[in-house]
Design a protein around this ligand. Structure first.
Ligand code: HEC
Length: 194
């Protein structure tokens, strides 16, 4: 009883604080990675390691940004791409995405975000047979928001080089390839690697 009352009071306080700040973080859960919600997601000052700038670069067409804190997300699977790209990749998921994977959901829920990090590959200087990540090449992001991105299977796409979104022409290719090959898996290629 007492605890309930404290919880209610706390929520009222939090809502009031949000109203005062002109934010709606509690009323409308933010879509991680979507441009206009990123600042709201992080009302407190951020450690400088997490974001390079106050106004992150947003992808054309979709308005997707690099989600803060993604580097601490869980690993879904690594991948490798042959020449000419010659890349190592890892795909990470935010907690919403991981939860959907854990319960083998057919579709990812709104709020799920997937990030693919790509690197050139190079031989390890310490152990010849090993291949290790070389220079980072791109960060690619998929954000699930079934209403906002209704015409592209519910996914918004973003591709970034050095933290900056690439041009619209490249963003026009994303959905087409994902839709042509993995439509029946909610447009997601990567399967969980246990
Ligand atoms: C020609 C096909 C193709 C195009 C075009 C493409 N992708 Fe992908 N994408 C893939 C494949 C294949 C994977 C699986 C991982 C891998 O092999 O790199 C993938 C994986 C991903 C993932 C991880 C989730 C998943 O589906 O496995 C993200 C995020 C992603 N792509 C974003 C993008 C964005 C953003 C664009 C457009 C700028 C894009 N992709 C364009 C083929 C494509």
């Amino acid at each position: 009883m007492q605890r309930l009352r404290i919880a209610a009071a706390f929520r009222a306080l939090a809502l009031l604080a949000c109203a005062v700040l002109g934010q709606h973080a509690l009323a409308q859960p933010p879509v991680h990675g979507a441009s206009e919600t990123v600042p709201r997601q992080q009302p407190a000052p951020q450690p400088s390691t997490q974001q390079q700038s106050a106004r992150p670069s947003a992808s054309p067409i979709y308005g997707v940004t690099i989600p803060p804190g993604y580097r601490k997300w869980q690993l879904i699977a690594p991948a490798e791409e042959a020449a000419p790209l010659d890349e190592l990749r890892v795909v990470l998921g935010n907690p919403e995405a991981m939860e959907a994977i854990e319960r083998s959901a057919k579709r990812f829920p709104d709020g799920a975000v997937l990030v693919k990090l790509a690197y050139k590959r190079k031989p390890s200087p310490d152990f010849e047979p090993a291949t290790i990540p070389g220079q980072p090449t791109t960060v690619q992001v998929m954000v699930k928001d079934s209403r906002r991105y209704a015409s592209t299977g519910g996914w918004g796409f973003g591709r970034f080089v050095n933290g900056v979104a690439v041009d619209a022409a490249q963003h026009q290719t994303c959905f087409a390839c994902h839709a042509a090959r993995v439509k029946d898996r909610d447009y997601v290629f990567t399967r969980f690697a246990p």
